[in-house]
Design a protein around this ligand. Structure first.
Ligand code: F0G
Length: 385
């Protein structure tokens, strides 16, 4: 069946909301789960224990396409003419490419001004999305797009949209498939708006219910230290889902403190520069059901991890590398044991944010003379004769 060429829709029995002939696919989800021994060594795991799920191979270069194909399919089912999102860049790139490729809808994109990397901005522009800058950051842009789409009846594709999460479950189905359905001990994922971790938790709860897996892996969510609301609430303030009764008092007090102090998210990992994650309650549920933890990592830790991942042959953007930086921390703490099997999700492609990468390697490229020098070249030429 043609839908079996999509890494998302070939699992459609596990999210059966659309008739086959209404599904909108552009070949998303053809991604790779790769054993990564050099990175395993970097984080302190034994060889063969670390796998990297590389979502940079998607049509728009990030994991967002897994969810966008589902949301877009639903938008078409309800005959939407326009679809909107707020974004730190990847959701907008994904929406733009689905709109352009299918010519069914106009994309309307809200971005915090100056808050989006060039790779991602270029995608929105190239695919002809109506791209609107909002004074402020992602949290402001999301508030705005929610108001506007409600008022104007525009279909909203941010991860408040439950169909997005349905599609993103497929990331875990593919991980399990790659591991021959042997459940890993840990899944480690960067946390921004917390859509991914919510989708992963839902995937595992459903697979358990269906009897397709004997147990769920544990979930570790990694925040950037400059955008660490989930870490603060879960690890520092002890907020839990509590069977659907999360401690809203503590949560609201914390968010009010953010408002009162005017605190803003601030990290070089711009994809996860978010202080008010909309999927917070669902993410709490995922951690409660699967068991898990949250950690924060600094920008430097993220960039160092990113360079190790790149040297190992998979190029990812800064936010993605938070997963590996967080794993390094968890192994050091003894929370993850060296012989446990771990999958880190690499959420976006290295070309998404070339500025961060080139700045990190700022002493490169070296000139020819720096490395060989005039005498070195002459000596090498002589040796060749
Ligand atoms: N990694 C990348 C590369 C992302 O673009 C995002 C989110 C995340 C991780 C975090 O995932 O929100 O499911 O916890 N980017 C959104 C965007 C917010 O607008 O592109 P999450």
């Amino acid at each position: 069946h043609p839908l079996n060429f999509s890494g998302v829709w070939r699992f459609r029995e596990l999210f059966p909301f659309a008739p086959d002939d209404r599904v909108m696919t552009i070949g998303e989800g053809q991604t790779l789960c790769q054993r990564a021994d050099p990175v395993a060594e970097y984080v302190g795991l034994k060889p063969g224990k670390l796998f990297l799920q590389y979502e940079g191979m998607n049509p728009s270069g990030s994991f967002k396409d897994n969810g966008m194909t589902a949301a877009f399919t639903h938008a078409r089912m309800v005959d939407a003419r326009r679809a909107a999102c707020a974004s730190t860049g990847n959701t907008s790139a994904s929406l733009a490419i689905y709109c352009a490729a299918t010519n069914l809808m106009r994309a309307v994109i809200f971005i915090g001004s100056g808050k989006i990397s060039y790779g991602k901005l270029s995608q929105a522009l190239e695919h002809n999305a109506l791209t609107l800058q909002i004074a402020g950051d992602f949290d402001d842009a999301l508030r705005r797009v929610q108001e506007v789409s409600r008022a104007l009846g525009i279909y909203l594709v941010n991860s408040v949209n439950p169909f997005r999460l349905e599609g993103q479950k497929s990331i875990m189905f593919r991980v399990l498939e790659a591991l021959r359905w042997e459940v890993p001990d840990w899944i480690v994922v960067p946390g921004g708006n917390l859509g991914n971790v919510s989708a992963f938790g839902k995937a595992f709860m459903e697979l358990l219910e269906l009897g397709l897996i004997p147990r769920a892996p544990r979930l570790a969510v990694i925040n950037a230290a400059g955008a660490n609301t989930f870490y603060q609430l879960y690890e520092r303030h002890g907020v839990r889902w509590n069977g659907g009764k999360p401690d809203d008092k503590k949560t609201n007090a914390y968010l009010k403190m953010l408002d009162d102090t005017g605190a803003r998210a601030d990290t070089l990992a711009s994809a996860i520069e978010i202080n008010r994650p909309v999927n917070f309650p669902k993410a709490l549920r995922a951690l409660e059901r699967c068991g898990g933890c949250v950690r924060e990592v600094t920008d430097q830790e993220i960039l160092d991890a990113k360079a190790k991942i790149g040297a190992g042959g998979l190029g990812c953007e800064p936010a993605s590398a938070a997963s590996v930086a967080g794993l390094l921390k968890l192994v050091k703490e003894g929370v993850v044991a060296p012989d446990e099997r771990v999958v880190c999700i690499l959420t976006g492609h290295v070309l998404k944010d070339p500025t961060a990468t080139v700045a990190y390697h700022s002493s490169d490229p070296k000139t020819f003379e720096d490395v060989l020098g005039k005498r070195g070249v002459r000596r090498a030429a002589f040796a060749n004769r």
